[in-house]
Design a protein around this ligand. Structure first.
Ligand code: SF4
Length: 142
């Protein structure tokens, strides 16, 4: 008897896809080569799917701890709306896929689920919160 593999969402860069801001990846060999044998991955890169392209300017969470903005570090471009739109639509799709879980990239302002640094307008860290993808997930009904 065969059983269906677990279906899990994952931050796409962890699978080795070159989607990071610098054109690189964060491949995790345990996830790809060991755990991955038992899993059907559903890769998601919020920043690429929001149309920001690769490579792109690095960004971080800025402002209010409860309602931070996603802002690029050099030009100060605010991508919050683009990420909010993308995540709202994508999360609806992910819910249809009946995921059993999700592997988030640690520390990412878009994918991180906790202890993601938030900065003030002077570039100094002021606290931590969830990234853009996690925010809508935590406020959803699932
Ligand atoms: S947005 Fe998420 S998936 Fe995309 S590169 Fe950053 S951490 Fe990886």
């Amino acid at each position: 008897m065969t059983t269906a593999p677990l279906r899990l969402g994952i931050s796409r860069c962890l699978l080795g896809d070159e989607v990071r801001f610098d054109g690189g990846h964060k491949r995790d060999s345990f996830l790809t080569d060991v755990f991955g044998r038992y899993v059907e991955w559903v890769p998601v890169c919020p920043e690429v799917e929001a149309g920001l392209g690769t490579p792109r300017e690095a960004m971080r969470l800025v402002g209010d701890l409860q309602n931070p903005r996603l802002v690029t570090m050099k030009s100060g471009t605010d991508h919050t709306r683009a990420l909010e739109t993308m995540t709202t639509n994508r999360i609806a799709e992910l819910m249809e896929l009946d995921l059993s879980g999700y592997v988030f990239k640690k520390g990412s302002p878009s994918c991180g689920i906790e202890r993601v640094r938030i900065y003030n307008e002077h570039g100094c860290p002021t606290g931590t919160e969830s990234g853009c993808l996690r925010g809508p997930l935590s406020s959803s009904s699932h």
